[in-house]
Design a protein around this ligand. Structure first.
Ligand code: ZN
Length: 73
């Protein structure tokens, strides 16, 4: 399997996903927090708003949106 560069921490790893095994659990936690925040919002939050309220970086939020990992945006 070829080595890929982790989309989150930049280390090289061999796995079918976009992030290394260390970051997979962090991604899962971030996605959980983001979806939780979105579900509890009255209106659709902006990316800036999401980032400020969940502490997840805009770069990571953009990546989750590209991967369809977060809903209702
Ligand atoms: Zn990583």
């Amino acid at each position: 399997m070829e080595l890929k560069k982790c989309a989150r921490c930049g280390c090289f790893f061999a796995s079918p996903s976009n992030v290394c095994c260390n970051c997979e659990s962090k991604d899962r936690q971030d996605i959980y927090n983001l979806n939780n925040y979105i579900v509890n919002s009255n209106s659709t939050p902006s990316i800036d708003n999401l980032s400020a309220n969940t502490g997840v970086s805009i770069k990571n939020i953009s990546r989750f949106i590209e991967n369809n990992a977060i809903s209702n945006l």
